[in-house]
Ligand binder design. Structure first.
Ligand code: GLY
Ligand code: MN
Ligand code: MN
Length: 438
């Protein structure tokens, strides 16, 4: 039987076409040209940064590589022009017969100029991509390059995942789960961050550059640097905080697990166990109609109770949050939209036309302020960390008596705990894409 995403793909493209036609009509354009991206070459070097496809292009088709053009017009089959240079330095794989091919009028050309020629002069076209100058050379006005009114509508639509996208994200979670199981095994054998990272890649079966983001593999105190990417070679950590995802057809999973070995502080063990329960309780809240902010606020209150119970702070619940006691321990948002991008676009968008719902001033790092709706996919990732830099001001501050500094001194060595799952919002509630796998 074919993979589930394959049979769902034609409807996904049809939906993109319908949405694009509506967005073009609403913003006064007749055609849309999307470029897959261009390589970024480092200054004074002949090396490129790893290539990342423009997400607007990836939303239509999982064709890798730079310079490809996609042209969309009302009532016409989308035109896809692949740039495939004649090349003996880098591999240029033959197109073969990928599942997505029948949905396009497909052309293959050797260079960018030929790709634009295939697209031809489109009257009243909008361009999306990172080389507006190239589009302007083709006669597309500067004001029609990445026009904000059109981009806002397309960004808005990206938040609601199609059945095809959900199938891809299910697979990305499954692959991530395999990597996490392999990584946990390596940690329990006393392996180093570098070795755990290598086991993760083997578990997923991918290259490092194919990961959706740079893996965070943090033993002990390294877990207190939220995006730690050092991958050092010391072995036999007591705690592993591992935040690694996987990709399938361009779609990401973003999964964090924390594993504790022998010799950890009793209070840390309690926080470790307790945060898993907190995370599950937060997941249970997820359903259409709830503002995402309510989950973030609940996370702070539940973390306050957990810290109080473990003896780290002296107040719990709302009282602790209002006193600002949870901020140094939980200094990031409880989650973000997920999809083609790890921090997918549109989490703070107000309406299809654009606008922003800013986070409350006390939570400036919260990436998601929208109301929860069916079809959204986002992470739920509460954390508790022991970060010297954030706790230092409280040590001599007016509320210093509300912390157990002796205990905190021991907890610094443990870094932190984060548990992160990927959730799909359904009609009635949600489906956890991650827990079936790890
Ligand atoms: N992996 C980065 C994050 O969880 O947002
Ligand atoms: Mn995340
Ligand atoms: Mn993560």
């Amino acid at each position: 039987m074919a993979d589930p995403h394959v049979k769902l793909y034609p409807a996904h493209v049809q939906e993109r076409q319908t949405k694009a036609e509506a967005a073009l009509a609403a913003t006064g354009f007749d055609a849309l040209v999307i470029q897959s991206g261009v390589p970024f070459t480092y200054y004074s070097d002949d090396q490129d940064a790893p290539f990342k496809t423009t997400p607007h292009f990836a939303h239509w088709v999982p064709l890798e590589g730079p310079q490809h053009l996609l042209c969309i017009r009302a009532g016409k089959k989308p035109l896809l022009v692949r740039v495939k240079p004649e090349d003996y330095w880098y591999e240029q794989t033959p197109i073969g017969a990928p599942f997505w091919l029948p949905e396009f009028d497909f052309k293959e050309v050797p260079d960018e100029a030929a790709a634009w020629k295939e697209v031809g002069v489109q009257t009243n076209a909008a361009y999306l991509g990172d080389t507006p100058a190239a589009a302007q050379k083709q006669g597309i006005a500067a004001a029609c390059c990445n026009p904000s009114a059109l981009v806002a509508r397309l960004d808005w639509d990206r938040a609601r995942k199609s059945a095809y996208e959900i199938a891809c994200m299910d697979e990305a979670s499954k692959l991530g789960g395999r990597g996490h199981l392999a990584a946990r095994g390596a940690f329990l054998e006393g392996k180093s961050e570098l070795e755990i990272h290598q086991q993760y890649l083997l578990g997923v079966g991918c290259l490092e550059k194919e990961l959706p983001y740079e893996s965070i593999v943090a033993l002990d105190a390294h877990g207190a640097t939220l995006h730690y990417t050092g991958k050092r070679t010391q072995r036999n950590g007591r705690v592993l905080l591992i935040d690694c995802g996987a990709k399938f057809q361009g779609y990401a999973s973003d999964i964090t697990r924390t594993w504790a070995g022998r010799g950890i502080e009793r209070a840390f063990a309690e926080i470790h166990k307790g945060l898993d329960l907190v995370q599950l309780e937060l997941c249970k809240m997820v359903k259409p109609g709830l503002p995402y902010l309510a989950i973030h606020e609940a996370a702070h209150e539940k973390i306050a109770d957990l810290l109080k119970h473990a003896g780290v702070i002296k107040l719990g619940g709302k009282e602790a949050v209002e006193a600002g006691l949870t901020h140094p321990f939980f200094p990031h948002g409880v989650g973000h939209f997920l999809g083609l991008q790890v921090h997918d676009i549109g989490g703070r968008q107000k309406a299809p036309e654009g606008g922003t719902i800013p986070p409350p001033p006390q939570y400036p790092y919260l990436r998601t302020t929208r109301t929860i709706e069916e079809g959204q996919v986002f992470t739920i990732e509460p954390g508790v960390y022991f970060i010297e830099m954030l706790l230092r001001p409280h040590r001599e501050g007016p509320k210093k008596e509300l912390f157990d500094w002796e205990l905190i001194k021991f907890l610094f060595a443990h870094g932190g705990v984060r548990i992160e799952d990927n959730l799909l919002v359904t009609k009635e509630g949600h489906r956890n894409l991650t827990r079936p796998h790890i």
